[in-house]
Design a protein around this ligand. Structure first.
Ligand code: UDP
Ligand code: MG
Length: 318
C-alpha cells in the first residue's frame, strides 16, 4: 500500500475537441491506480488552461464541478506551453508528492502513467518519458528534431533525446525547479540540471486524438532558438573564434600586400584599402565577440539560476 498523492498536469490551449475524451481516459486510469492502492484518493487531474479562445475553460470547470478528481488552473493569458506547464507544476508542488506532465491531445500514451508511478515508488525523483519510435511523425519533424538534438549536444546542453515534456517529477525535484527563476524557460534543458536520480519510461507516441497541432513551424523554430540560447553561450564564443580567424588572415594579407607593394606591381591605394578592410573587419568581429562574452555573463547572471541544489546532508546531532 502506497499513499502517494500524484497530480497529472495537462496544459491545454484550445483543446475543446480532445478534452472530453482525455478526461475520460485519465479518470479511468486514476481510479484504477487508486483501486490498486498505488496512489491516494487525494490525487488529481489538473488541467491548465493557457488562455484558450474556445470552450476549453468551461469544459474544465464543468469537469471539476461534477468530479473533484479534476482540478482547473486558469491562466490570465496565453503564455505558451512551457509556462502553462510550469504554472501547473508549481501548483501541484503544494499538494502532491509527485506530478506527471503530459499533453492534452493523447499523443503521450496514457497507458505509461502506471510505469512512471512504479519508478517513483522505487525512489526515482525524475522519470523521463522517451518515445520508442517516431513513426507517427512526419519525416520533416523527425529529421528537424534529430538535427536539434545534435546541435544541443554540440553546444554542450544536456538534453534527453526523444523526450518531450512527458515526465514525472517528485516534490523535491519540483522544488529544485522552482529555484530556476529564468523567464525564458526551456524545461527540457533545465530538468536535467536539477540532478537527483532519474529513470526512463519508453512509450509509443500516438497521433493527435483530435484538433490541430498548436505548434506550427514558426513556433517550433522559435522554441528551438529559445532552447539553444537559454542553455548555451557557445554561439557567442563562435563569434570570438571567427574574429580571431579573420584577424589572423588580415595579418597574412598584410604581409602579402607589403610584398606585392615592394615588388611595385600594384594600383596606387590598393594596399592600404585591402589591409584596412581585413584588419578592421577582424578587429570588429573580435571586439564583438569580447563584448558578447560579457553580455553572455550578464545574461546568465540576470537569470539568477541556483548555483547548486543539495541532494542530501549527512549530519548527526549528538
Ligand atoms: N499548448 C499550450 N499552450 C500553447 C500551445 C500548446 O498549453 O500556447 C499545449 C497544448 O494544448 C497541448 C500541448 O501544449 O496539450 C502540446 O501541444 P501540441 O499537441 O499542439 O503540440 P505538438 O504535439 O504538435 O508538438
Ligand atoms: Mg501534440
Amino acid at each position: 500500500m502506497h499513499n502517494n498523492t500524484i497530480w497529472l498536469v495537462i496544459p491545454c490551449y484550445n483543446e475543446q475537441e480532445v478534452l472530453p475524451e482525455t478526461s475520460k481516459q485519465l479518470k479511468d486510469i486514476m481510479h484504477g491506480l487508486i483501486a490498486k492502492g498505488k496512489i491516494s484518493t487525494k490525487s488529481r487531474i489538473a488541467f491548465v488552461n493557457d488562455g484558450s479562445k474556445d470552450m476549453t475553460w468551461s469544459i474544465i470547470s464543468q469537469l471539476h464541478e461534477r468530479d473533484a478528481i479534476f482540478t482547473g488552473i486558469n491562466l490570465a493569458h496565453n503564455r505558451g506551453h512551457q509556462n502553462a506547464l510550469l504554472a501547473g507544476l508549481m501548483t501541484a508542488k503544494q499538494y502532491a508528492d509527485a506530478a506527471i506532465s503530459l499533453d492534452a491531445d493523447l499523443q503521450d500514451d496514457v497507458g505509461a502513467i502506471e510505469q512512471f508511478i512504479d519508478k517513483f515508488i522505487e525512489g526515482k525523483d525524475v522519470v523521463y518519458g522517451v518515445r520508442s519510435t517516431r513513426a507517427t511523425d512526419t519525416v520533416f519533424k523527425r529529421s528537424t528534431a534529430h538535427a536539434f538534438y545534435k546541435v544541443m549536444k554540440f553546444l554542450g546542453a544536456d538534453t534527453i533525446e526523444d523526450h518531450a515534456d512527458y515526465r514525472l517529477m517528485s516534490k523535491r525535484a519540483l522544488e529544485g525547479l522552482s529555484e530556476f527563476k529564468e523567464v525564458n524557460l526551456f524545461l527540457r534543458g533545465i530538468v536535467p540540471m536539477i540532478g537527483y536520480e532519474t529513470d526512463v519510461v519508453y512509450y509509443e507516441r500516438h497521433e493527435r486524438f483530435a484538433g490541430k497541432s498548436k505548434y506550427p513551424l514558426k513556433k517550433m523554430v522559435s522554441f528551438a532558438i529559445d532552447g539553444i540560447t537559454s542553455c548555451s553561450v557557445k554561439p557567442i564564443r563562435m563569434i570570438t573564434s571567427l574574429g580571431i580567424l579573420v584577424f589572423s588572415v588580415s595579418i597574412i594579407m598584410l604581409m602579402y600586400c607589403l610584398v606585392v607593394w615592394v615588388l611595385g606591381d600594384v594600383v596606387a591605394g590598393w594596399t592600404s584599402i585591402v589591409i584596412s578592410l581585413w584588419g578592421i573587419g577582424g578587429l570588429i568581429l573580435l571586439s564583438l565577440g569580447i563584448i558578447g562574452e560579457y553580455i553572455g555573463k550578464i545574461y546568465m547572471e540576470v537569470k539568477e539560476r541556483p548555483r547548486y541544489i543539495i541532494e542530501k546532508v549527512l549530519y548527526k546531532d549528538l
